[in-house]
Design a protein around this ligand. Sequence first.
Ligand code: AVJ
Ligand code: FE
Length: 380
Amino acid sequence: MTFESYIQIRERSEQLCANLETEDFVIQAAEHVSPAKWHLAHTSWFFETFVLKPYLSDYQEFHPDFSFFFNSYYNAVGERTVRNHRGLMTRPTTEEVFDYRGYIDEQMKTVLENGLTEEVEATILLGLNHEQQHQELLLTDIKYNLWQNPLLPAVINIKEYLKQEEGGWIKMKSGIYEIGHEGEGFCYDNECSQHKVYLDDFEIGSQLVSNRMYLEFIKAGGYEKPDFWHSDGWTWVQQEAITGPLYWIKQGGDISCYTLDGKKELDLDAPLAHVSYYEAAAYAEWAGCRLPTEAEWEVANRKFSWGNRWEWTNSAYLPYPRYQKAPGAIGEYNGKFMINQMVLRGASVATSPGHSRSTYRNFFHPQYQWQFTGIRLCKK
Ligand code: AVJ
Ligand code: FE
């Protein structure tokens, strides 16, 4: 690995924020999102904590309190800021966070140019993949934070609603398949070990559910009766007064939506985005279908390449056979979240280039709508 390949990924995080004003960097509109400033600092903290401190002799930390401020959830690293207080940190300033990034990159240059052991190289690679995950979170969190603003500002030129061709069904044969990662190239620990699964015959949609299709569900009273919903899903709809996907703006008969590129007319033929697992499951039930399992998705995806929305699967986020956590703090990266969350497959318009793959397992709690999440159906 070279400093050039490192800095290219690091710079992208800053490029995504190029049109933000200082005030935009600071707010945190909900506990599950973070301020842009926090993402920029936390990804630097990752390199400081897991590469610079252990491997660079005489490393001087940038600031003695940053380990506390920018630790996300690593108990083995120590105490940290309460999650829903991230937006209350007006200091360090945004400028200081950019200085922190510069300092970390300078120090990383020394590490990268000194020649790397396999162990350090693997940790840096994890750090870069971590940075890319946070690049997607930066986008989704900026969107959520600025959505609170009545001006509905345009801040990033991303086309969120790409057209897709009309769909059909792909027939898949029953049999024993292998899923999970094996061999060369980076993967997260949660993609291992590769293992066999038996799949019955199934049919999976060649395209994602469109806004138009989802609108039919709403018009049919999908949000007004419990029939199609899980119990938890229906409780969520009622408690949160949910009437549709996040970011839809209904005015009279017209529907527009908020995007990172500002308010746009909703393109009915584009793939639906910003639904929770509960909505995905209810829609599938209403349509007389079901969601694919993650194994079905992975096997079908090998022949096609999907990656416009994160697709909710019907699989709980659980360890694969022979799953092993890394020793120490890094072991907290994925494994401890294997409870109460659902697996999403694919990639989205906000995923960093080259970051996903057919074995990639994303995961979120079932009520969240703020990622670029969509629906692919399987026949019952
Ligand atoms: C895989 C997207 C659920 O949001 O916490 C960031 C990514 N892991 N830092 C998350 C992640 C560590 C993770 N998701
Ligand atoms: Fe993180």
